[in-house]
Design a protein around this ligand. Structure first.
Ligand SMILES: [Ca+2]
Length: 236
């Protein structure tokens, strides 16, 4: 129990348990499923792909992951995996000398999402994702393809450390006017200009509310933890 409380405290301080305050959300993936996780590994160079169906809480109920390694100085490994602990995270891990690029695709295993409206009738303007940590310069990219095959994308060099991605869909590069109310495919790519990138991310979604500042998230988490501890003290 003490260990669990210590873990909860650590997670609260990291902001992982910050309460979700969005009034409305279109969840793409929270990486909590499957409970056994989804893992692909490349040793040396190469490419590995994994598709898992029947995932509740995942858009299209299917997640496809790919890891592609084109440079390997020492023949070490690169891994892309979901970790179901603490509500689930997505982790890209490159050992020394590895340049593995991770891609997560939500398109119902290639069948397409059926022209789904990720804006809930235009009410949800913000694409969001949480970068919990990265030890190398992290390049985040999201591609959204509509049912006519038109793709809009947003990419940014996020540097290292935690980043709350909070981007208006209307600010995406969108040369062919991709329609966010009729989407067939969503793809997130994690890469780095540096070798040995280790990045952890969570919750990819579209919402109607900008994410709180990281400081606010931590305060909210600490506030929640204080209430938890106060309730606990009263019981003793
Ligand atoms: Ca999660």
């Amino acid at each position: 129990m003490k260990k669990m409380i210590a873990t909860l405290a650590a997670l609260a301080i990291l902001g992982v348990l910050a309460p979700t305050i969005y009034a409305d959300t279109f969840l793409i993936d929270d990486f909590s499923m499957p409970i056994v996780g989804q893992t692909i590994t490349v040793t040396g160079t190469g490419s590995q792909t994994s598709t898992i169906n029947s995932l509740t809480g995942v858009v299209g109920n299917t997640r496809t992951m790919n890891i592609n390694v084109t440079s390997s100085a020492y023949g070490y490994s690169s891994t892309l995996k979901t970790s179901p602990l603490a509500g689930g995270t997505l982790e890209l891990g490159n050992e020394g000398g590895q340049n593995g690029v991770g891609t997560i695709t939500w398109d119902a295993g290639g069948a397409g999402l059926g022209g789904i409206d990720i804006t809930n009738g235009g009410l949800l303007p913000y694409f969001q994702a949480k970068m919990l940590s990265s030890d190398q310069t992290d390049i985040f990219r999201v591609d959204i393809t509509d049912s006519s095959g038109h793709t809009a994308y947003w990419t940014s060099n996020l540097g290292t450390g935690p980043n709350a991605i909070n981007q208006l869909l209307s600010s995406f590069t969108n040369p062919n006017a991709a329609d966010f109310t009729s989407v067939d495919k969503i793809m997130v790519t994690l890469s780095s200009l540096n070798l040995a990138q280790d990045t952890v991310m969570d919750t990819v979604e579209v919402t109607n509310t900008p994410v709180p500042e990281p400081a606010t998230m931590t305060l909210l988490a600490l506030g929640g933890f204080s209430v938890f501890m106060a309730r606990r003290r009263r019981k003793v």
